[in-house]
Write a protein that binds this ligand. Structure first.
Ligand SMILES: [Zn+2]
Length: 202
């Protein structure tokens, strides 16, 4: 049994990493690591709390809140995936904080960027008619709906091409790359904040 347990723990440690460097989006993260049909992230969170897997808890909380309130509070879930009040309170508080961070950081990233000089880029002329509209569009697209139901994508790698289409609202390659690089720092910051966000510091 100890061998089995340590093997399982190894798999869990990879899927619910302790350090940001371990967070590789190309590998199975969170509940996707379990074979067969993936368990609901709430069920995983319950299990980790019961088993006292403290190091995996920040990521387990994140995976549970990532899908938003409808998933967190889903009444059709089996008993094992219903969160007890204490855990639910932490999860909801955490989701609020992450959502706020997502909005603030995205605005800072997009609106705080310096104007560039490439012809045709909306960023070139801060007084031009295209400027404000293009900036708002791109910021909205990154954070998705502002409703809590949307959950959060804070830890996901940002690909502006994926979310805005090939033309990227006309922004030049330089601007897009600068934002994507800036967003990598936002992910790192968010990751580091998870234990505090979910009230997990001893
Ligand atoms: Zn530009």
């Amino acid at each position: 049994m100890p061998t089995v347990r340590s093997r399982i723990l190894k798999v869990i440690r990879d899927a619910y990493p302790v350090t940001f460097e371990g967070l590789d989006p190309s590998t199975a993260l969170g509940e996707n690591v379990f074979s067969g049909p993936s368990p609901h992230p709430n069920a995983v969170l319950n299990l980790f709390v019961q088993q006292n897997l403290t190091s995996a808890l920040p990521m387990a909380y994140y995976m549970a809140v990532r899908r938003g309130l409808d998933s967190l509070l889903d009444e059709r879930l089996p008993e094992s995936a219903r969160l007890p009040p204490k855990i639910l309170r932490r999860a909801m508080k955490g989701l609020l904080v992450l959502r706020e961070m997502e909005l603030t950081e995205t605005r800072r990233l997009i609106f705080g960027s310096r104007s560039c000089s490439r012809p045709g880029c909306p960023s070139r002329d801060a007084t031009g008619p295209g400027f404000s509209e293009a900036y708002h569009k791109i910021a909205d697209r990154i954070v998705g709906s502002v409703e809590l139901h949307a959950g959060t994508k804070l830890l996901q790698v940002l690909s502006l091409r994926e979310i805005c289409g090939d033309d990227g609202f006309g922004f030049c390659k330089g601007c897009v790359e600068a934002w994507e690089a800036g967003h990598a720092d936002v992910r790192k910051k968010a990751w580091a904040a998870l234990p505090d966000v979910f009230g997990l510091r001893a």
